[in-house]
Design a protein around this ligand. Structure first.
Ligand SMILES: [Zn+2]
Length: 295
């Protein structure tokens, strides 16, 4: 039986290599269920979510990591988010058919970069720009790790209607104290990992995939961690957004449409604010109303 919606971390004995394997199942279907994009666009979203879940859990963040591609191509917007508690959400939007499915990603998105944001709850989130090179997201992200001074990282990603999955290997600085350090292991396990097939990542249990790939290595597996779909939208957040429009603009929308209706693009939740709700939003936060009366 395949264990679903799980992330599994592993290491190799006496080796400066760590890895993770993830399977997104129900969490992935929940992320994709409102999408009207084509299969190919949805597969890109699934791969982005798998990659981000893996990358976010290599970082000790208390917050979220966001991957965003925005362009003018057939697939013009992709957003994937992974939080430190392994809550996920994502969306992909498509405005035209993909005429050449084998085209490089820069053409499919009409964009030249991936923006990665790490929001650690600090005032200023960290933002990294990844050139959108090659034909797969794994390729683009690996290229980024090669160019930047981050730990060498390899990724294998797969996605279909049922699941999205990924495998990550990362080379750590070698521990000087390890007398039996196996310095060749990075190359060796990369060669082994490169034989993984998409079907294996999607259909098999994580333990079975690792056994098939690395059965000659001595490994340590950690406890599997659950992954889940979780949208962070709320009525309060939408209220804050309406407040940021200002009272005049909010009244204009009410006058034209009767209501302010907002659909969450991640989970399709619908939030309605009528004229009374809207007036109340501004009444309770008006700085004049909040000031004590002076006599
Ligand atoms: Zn939502």
């Amino acid at each position: 039986m395949k264990s679903k919606d799980r992330l599994l971390r592993f290491t190799f004995e006496h080796s400066p290599v760590r890895g993770q394997i993830v399977s997104l199942d129900e969490s992935w279907r929940d992320c994709a269920k409102n999408s009207e994009a084509s299969d190919q666009a949805r597969q890109l979203l699934g791969q982005a979510l798998a990659a981000l879940t893996l990358l976010a859990s290599t970082l000790k963040i208390k917050g979220k990591m966001i991957l965003q591609i925005r362009g003018q191509g057939p697939v013009h917007l992709l957003v994937a988010e992974a939080r430190h508690d392994r809550g996920l959400r994502g969306m992909v939007r498509q405005q035209a058919d993909i005429t050449d499915p084998a085209a490089p990603l820069s053409q499919i998105f009409g964009a030249d970069k991936i923006v990665i944001t790490i929001d650690n709850g600090n005032a200023k989130p960290y933002q990294g720009i990844v050139p959108l090179t090659g034909h797969t997201l794994a390729e683009a992200l690996e290229h980024y790790f090669q160019q930047s001074d981050q730990l060498p990282t390899r990724l294998w990603l797969a996605s279909d209607e049922i699941s999205a999955a990924g495998l990550l290997l990362q080379q750590l600085p070698p521990a000087q104290t390890d007398q039996e350090l196996d310095t060749d292991s990075w190359n060796r396990v990369n060669h082994l990992a490169a034989t993984v097939r998409e079907e294996e990542l999607l259909k098999l249990d994580a333990g079975e995939v690792l056994h098939r790939l690395f059965h000659e290595e001595s490994m340590r597996l950690f406890e599997q961690q659950p992954v889940h779909f979780d949208c962070s939208c709320s009525r309060q957040r939408i209220a804050d957004m309406i407040k940021s429009l200002g009272l005049d603009e909010a009244r204009d929308i009410i006058r034209e449409q009767g209501n302010i209706t907002v659909h969450c693009e991640f989970c399709n939740a619908r939030y309605d604010f009528d004229a009374v709700d809207t007036e109340q939003l501004f009444a309770t936060t008006s700085p004049i109303a909040a000031q004590p009366t002076r006599h």
